[in-house]
Design a protein around this ligand. Structure first.
Ligand code: MN
Length: 255
């Protein structure tokens, strides 16, 4: 990948949950949209790696989603083993909402172990889910990872502004999607996050626009809306976003 020619950046997309992953990957390549293909179980890793082999714009990330930890806690060993193969990790994190609260202790263990492993290997970029658990996510980052070994990207952040400030202080980046931009709290978050920590994402296929599922190309529109919120000329804002992406990706040795 050459970041300078990249049209836009999707730092959190579930490519493997689309009906035609290979076709989606082909369109990301064609439109030169960097796409981080996050996964929800380490068992999906080998297939995602095959789909993305030799691609210039689409890169797989190794994950174990907190919503699945209740059933798949035993897969943490596989995640730790496979992390040697990739510097891109996600989706991992914590979900403290009522539906997933029963697996909370297991989530803490899995997330801590994933961060510890990423930190030991170093040079890892991690896409993090933090619903109803923002303060705990930052606390576990503090305990288990060093900002010069692991770059955390908080995806679809929906917590308080004070927790966001703590995350910024730690060194977190924030990947922003369309639903965040149409909510008041999401737009307020943009005030708290410094320009040099902003990234874009879709979390597709879990987001939609005009009755269709979002795809990575929709990050072009997200960047446009973010530029307006930051009251910046679009070109200047895009340059800043590219700079952020380049910083994060070169940390993971992707250029
Ligand atoms: Mn996701």
């Amino acid at each position: 990948m050459t970041v300078t020619t990249t049209k836009s950046f999707d730092f959190h997309c579930h490519v493997d949950l689309f009906p035609d992953p290979a076709g989606l990957i082909q369109s990301c390549e064609q439109y030169e949209i960097f796409t981080l293909a996050v996964t929800t179980t380490p068992k999906a890793w080998s297939q995602n790696r095959k789909w993305t082999e030799g691609k210039r714009y689409v890169f797989p990330a190794l994950g174990l989603h907190p919503e699945l930890v209740g059933d798949r806690k035993s897969e943490i060993g596989l995640l730790e083993d496979l992390m040697e193969e990739t510097r891109l990790v996600g989706e991992i994190g914590l979900d403290g909402s009522p539906r997933f609260r029963k697996s909370w202790d297991a989530q803490i263990e899995v997330f801590s172990r994933a961060l510890t492993r990423a930190n030991a290997l170093g040079g890892r970029v991690v896409s993090i889910h933090s619903r109803w658990a923002e303060n705990d996510v930052v606390a576990l980052l503090d305990q288990n990872a060093m900002p010069d070994r692991v770059i955390p990207i908080l995806h679809w952040y929906s917590g308080s502004q004070s927790a966001a400030r703590r995350a910024v202080e730690y060194g977190c980046y924030f990947s922003v999607n369309l639903p965040m931009l149409s909510s008041k709290s999401g737009r307020k978050l943009i005030d708290v996050v410094p320009l040099d920590r902003l990234l874009t994402e879709t979390d597709a296929p879990f987001t939609s626009v005009a009755d269709r599922s979002c795809t990575p190309v929709d990050t072009v529109q997200i960047a446009k809306q973010l530029a307006a919120l930051k009251q910046m000329p679009e070109g200047e804002f895009r340059d800043a976003l590219s700079g952020n992406a380049r910083r994060v990706l070169s940390f993971a040795d992707i250029r």
